[in-house]
Ligand binder design. Structure first.
Ligand code: NAP
Ligand code: GDD
Length: 345
């Protein structure tokens, strides 16, 4: 069975990419960090489903621990490595810049060096980001557009994007970057804006929350579905040549529009519930991100297949189910009430 290594397997994309690869018959290995509480919630289902077959395996590591990465890569010699690990929250990157930058730069370099020294045939995928563009102008962004990072997170991603290209060109390694625009799902972390909204809509619907506090409602993003985007990641490493690829839907919407549509699904007017606070405004805002995925459409035969409205519906319906369970547990005294808005960022 062909082996794949995924860093950041416990995250949103780690879940969807694992699912795709397991369905294709790969032996999936992922790195997890030690934490004081269990952080494998998204992938626990795979752990039990593939326990006897050994098709799904987790290993302790950290992108900043080159010894564990070297040991793992030399022991497994995977066919491909998907580097999804990052401190991926842009607002948080202003609070913990040193950690964000170390993981987002040295972390990537550690893997590239390990591949170079252990087996140059291992294919490498870097999770680059549309944040690298900075979003100052209302333009469609492609693989040739200029980077203008606006946060420690984005600056680190630019470094990793560039160093991936350096290793590709210097050592003939198969190193590709997917410049992914925002992608969301019911598995999205609760402090990213779409999930923060869908979670609040679910809780408001069940009478568990009364207000939703957001930051910049005018910011626009090109939001797609994570399940579609991991297919793009797979196709990027399956293509004949290593390269850089934009993965996006080609449409941008405002945060306000996302909130409006999400509240409409529970027959409520978002203006009655949404308030704004300076607390959620970033030191440097990225106002507008819109991707041009023409190259991936044409050469990878990849396209985003979930509409904006369907994505919102998927997320809201899932969060109504979660809030329904939460209410049942609360009503039976099995959990304690959380504070009104459970989300911090
Ligand atoms: P996510 O849900 O935040 O997952 C991030 C993953 O990285 C988690 O598994 C996390 O582990 C792990 N991680 C963090 N620091 C680490 C370290 N020092 N060593 C090893 N692992 C570490 O992010 P995502 O949405 O799945 O995104 C996946 C990747 O794509 C990230 O690199 C992100 O920056 C990039 N990206 C995402 C988007 C998007 O819209 N989702 C768009 C463009 C690019 P813990 O669970 O232990 O924290
Ligand atoms: N998180 C958050 N919380 N964002 C808010 C809020 C809020 O209460 N209110 C408004 N926003 C705005 C942010 O200012 C930003 O302009 C937009 O909503 C999207 O914010 P996030 O969902 O946090 O995502 P992001 O665009 O900053 O970053 C995500 O996408 C990048 C790709 O462009 C992350 O997944 C990054 O890891 C990824 O690289």
């Amino acid at each position: 069975m062909k082996k794949i290594l995924i860093t950041g397997i416990t995250g949103q994309d780690g879940y969807y990419l694992s699912k795709l690869l397991l369905d294709k018959g790969y032996e999936v290995h992922g790195t997890v960090r030690r934490s004081s509480s269990i952080n494998t919630e998204r992938i626990d289902g795979f752990l039990s489903e593939y326990k006897s077959s050994g098709q799904f395996n987790l290993h302790y590591s950290d992108l900043l621990d080159s010894s564990s990465l070297n040991n793992l890569i030399s022991t497994l010699e995977p066919e491909k490595i998907f580097n999804l690990a990052a401190q991926s929250h842009v607002a948080v990157s202003f609070k913990i810049p040193e950690f964000t930058i170390k993981v987002g730069t040295i972390g990537t370099l550690n893997i590239l060096e390990a591949i170079k020294n252990i087996n140059k045939d291992i294919k490498f995928y870097q999770a680059s980001s549309s944040e690298m563009y900075g979003g100052k102008f209302e333009e469609k962004l492609n693989e040739d557009s200029r980077f203008d990072p606006k946060s420690p997170y984005a600056a680190a991603k630019v470094f990793s994007h560039d160093i991936t290209k350096v290793y590709r060109e210097s050592y003939g390694m198969f190193c590709s970057s997917g410049i992914l625009f925002n992608h969301e799902s019911p598995y999205r972390g609760e402090t990213f804006v779409t999930r923060k909204i869908s979670r609040a809509v679910g809780r408001i619907h069940m009478g568990l929350q009364s207000k939703l506090t957001l930051g910049n409602l005018n910011a626009k993003r090109d939001w797609g579905f994570a399940g579609d985007y991991v297919d793009g990641m797979y196709k990027i490493l399956d293509y004949s040549e290593p390269d850089d690829w934009v993965i996006a839907t080609g449409s941008a919407h405002s945060v306000e529009n996302f909130a409006k549509k999400a509240f409409n699904l529970i027959d409520k007017n978002y203006e009655d519930y949404v308030e704004t606070s300076e607390r959620y405004i970033r030191p440097n805002e990225v106002n507008y991100l819109l991707g041009d995925p023409s190259k991936a459409n044409k050469l990878l035969d990849w396209k985003s297949s979930t509409s904006f409205d369907d994505l919102i519906k998927l997320m809201v319906e899932s969060d109504i189910q979660i809030a329904t369970k939460e209410k049942m547990l609360l009503d039976n005294g099995l959990i304690k009430p959380t504070w009104e808005n459970p989300v911090v960022n």
